[in-house]
Ligand binder design. Structure first.
Ligand SMILES: Cc1cc2nc3c(=O)[nH]c(=O)nc-3n(C[C@H](O)[C@H](O)[C@H](O)COP(=O)(O)OP(=O)(O)OC[C@H]3O[C@@H](n4cnc5c(N)ncnc54)[C@H](O)[C@@H]3O)c2cc1C
Length: 532
């Protein structure tokens, strides 16, 4: 070693290695970056020239330094060849390793100037012709928007999707079917992980985006990862509403929104026992039904007089209660939940009238509220939801929003129907296609409870003297229909028992077609109305 040093082999090898390494960084990294940085920062010709000169100049300085070292050491040829080969091999090995690349890119990215061209922690370079589209929220609306974009122009964007839940996207609606034991979790996936890879979409799950910097075009995750975007779509969905009562944090208390809630319900219901479901809306009844099918004794606590009062009128609500009670569910109307009590686990629900209902599981399903937390950090215009225009753009031009997190002309959303159209309009705008302005469709829904057929669309009752109601009621056989008309047009429909004509009624409502010629037979359904 000493001898090698004396004759100049080792220092020379170091000098060679240093030269190769530095000249590689200067030529390859800075050289190839130069064009990208210049484009992104819109540098002037003089600035571009200075950048090019800097690369050549630093190379020349390196050569001078290396030359001085080599001249002073008077190296011997026998030393140069093996050590030269060795250092070249080391250089190739080091620069070839993935982690080294990443560190190298990361250090370069710290220049900050090239921020837009780097991909967060991975710091992958993005081809110049593609814009970076970042989607926050791996739910139903966001993924529909991605599907629409891929269908229009799969090469247009470099796409990254970040979701707070630890799963790839799934059909949230079908959580009810999984709870009822009619489906398995793997059957409700919208896109498995492999799909994202096949479509060159970078997917990050289990990570919440906590900060949005609209002017820097950057979002930051809870783990501190900074992700830049050219276009951002927020699809952060809703959060379950829970009344401010004591005991919400007790084990055995949950909402019904995601797979984590479902898993808790499945776990507790394994031992049978009693469940209280707070809320007699669509979600509450579907979870109550699922828990009953899993062997629990279920009581629904509903604040209002009749069930599903947002979708059904009183007559249909009472029919529904009757049919659910016949199946073994207990429904307590006008029940005001005051507290959830327990110790190591939930034990009971206390009502305002003093009653205490024993419970091993308490599910809150009293509604949802748009999740606007992230939008707030970016100072986007928000009200109840993230305010969007008819083209799904927020108050920041390159930031869009779709799904339950939005507010459009004062309206927020809680069903998927309207979300599909939002996704379509947003994708069209992002792809530069001409988009029709978004018009919210009439809300319509049906209950997913076996053998209980309920359908509802649009207006539930006459709003004033100008509106007209047509009803057909046979309570004994469990049949009830109500249509609401306004100026010769259908504006609402409630169907209980026989619901096959539901989609046709929705069509009539949305088309705003004059139904005067069909009026007499309308309540009897499509076949009879058309034949009349
Ligand atoms: C059990 C159940 C049954 C339903 N049944 C029906 C039905 O029969 N018919 C109907 O029309 N609708 C139904 N719905 C409602 C329907 O599921 C919703 O309308 C729809 O899922 C909303 O889609 P979204 O993409 O806006 O929100 P979501 O599907 O909730 O997706 C939002 C996603 O964004 C993620 N996210 C939020 N914030 C962040 C952040 N900061 N960083 C990263 N990720 C974030 C969330 O974790 C979530 O995964 C049902 C809902 C439930 C829970």
């Amino acid at each position: 070693m000493k001898k090698g040093f004396a004759v100049g082999h080792l220092p020379h090898a170091f000098a060679l290695f240093f030269y190769f390494q530095m000249s590689f960084m200067v030529r390859v990294v800075l050289g190839s970056l130069r064009f990208q940085i210049a484009t992104d920062l819109a540098l002037s010709s003089a600035q571009k020239g200075l950048m090019a000169a800097a690369s050549v100049l630093s190379n020349a300085i390196l050569r001078l330094v290396d030359g001085v070292i080599v001249d002073r050491l008077r190296p011997k040829l026998t030393g140069i060849i093996p050590f030269g080969l060795l250092s070249t091999a080391a250089l190739i090995a080091l620069t070839g390793s993935k982690s080294r690349w990443r560190r190298g890119w990361g250090a370069s990215a710290k220049l900050g100037a090239a921020r837009k061209t780097w991909r967060g922690a991975n710091m992958r370079m993005v081809p110049r012709h593609k814009q970076r589209l970042v989607l926050v929220g791996n739910g139903m609306a966001g993924m529909r928007m991605i599907d629409e974009i891929l269908a229009r122009d799969s090469e247009r964007f470099e796409i990254e999707v970040i979701g707070a839940e630890p799963h790839p996207s799934y059909n949230r609606i079908l959580l009810s079917a999984v709870l009822a034991g009619d489906k398995e979790l793997n059957e409700i996936l919208l896109h498995p992980r492999a799909w994202y890879a096949t479509n060159n979409i970078e997917l990050t799950t289990g990570e919440t985006v906590v900060k949005l910097d609209a002017s820097a075009k950057m979002v930051t995750t809870a783990s501190g990862r900074a992700i830049s975007f050219d276009k951002l779509v927020l699809a952060t969905g809703s959060r379950p509403l829970v009344p401010p009562v004591p005991g919400l944090d007790l084990p055995g208390v949950c909402a019904f929104r995601n797979i984590a809630d479902l898993e808790l319900m499945r776990d507790v219901s394994r031992h049978g026992g009693r469940a209280s479901v707070v809320g007699g809306g669509l979600l509450g009844l579907e979870s109550a039904f699922g828990l009953m099918k899993r062997g629990m004794t279920v009581t629904v606590l509903h604040l209002m007089q009749t069930l599903m009062e947002r979708q059904l009128d009183e007559a249909a609500g009472l029919l529904l209660q009757r049919d659910l009670e016949r199946r073994g569910m207990t429904v307590l109307a006008k029940a005001h939940t005051e507290a959830v009590v327990g110790g190591a686990h939930v034990r009971a629900v206390q009502l305002a009238d003093g009653r205490e209902l024993p419970a091993d599981l308490v599910v809150f399903a009293v509604g949802v509220r748009p999740n606007i937390d992230l939008a707030r950090t970016g100072n986007l215009d928000v009200n109840r939801g993230i305010i969007v225009n008819d083209f799904m753009a927020t108050s920041e031009p390159d930031i869009f929003a779709v799904g339950e997190c939005i507010e459009h002309h004062g309206q927020t959303f809680g069903l998927v129907g309207p979300l599909w159209e939002q996704a379509r309009v947003c994708a069209a705008v992002l792809c530069g296609d001409t988009a029709e302005p978004y018009v919210a469709p009439a809300p319509h829904t049906s209950l997913k409870v076996t053998d209980v057929d309920v359908f509802s669309a649009g207006v539930l009752a006459a709003r004033d003297d100008g509106d007209e109601e047509i009803t057909l009621s046979d309570i004994g056989s469990g049949q009830y229909k109500k249509l609401v008309l306004c100026d010769g047009r259908l504006v609402g429909a409630i169907l209980y028992g026989e619901i096959a004509d539901g989609p046709w009624f929705v069509e009539l409502i949305e088309s705003k077609r004059d139904i005067t010629p069909l009026r007499d037979g309308l309540i009897f359904g499509r076949a009879l109305a058309m034949a009349a």
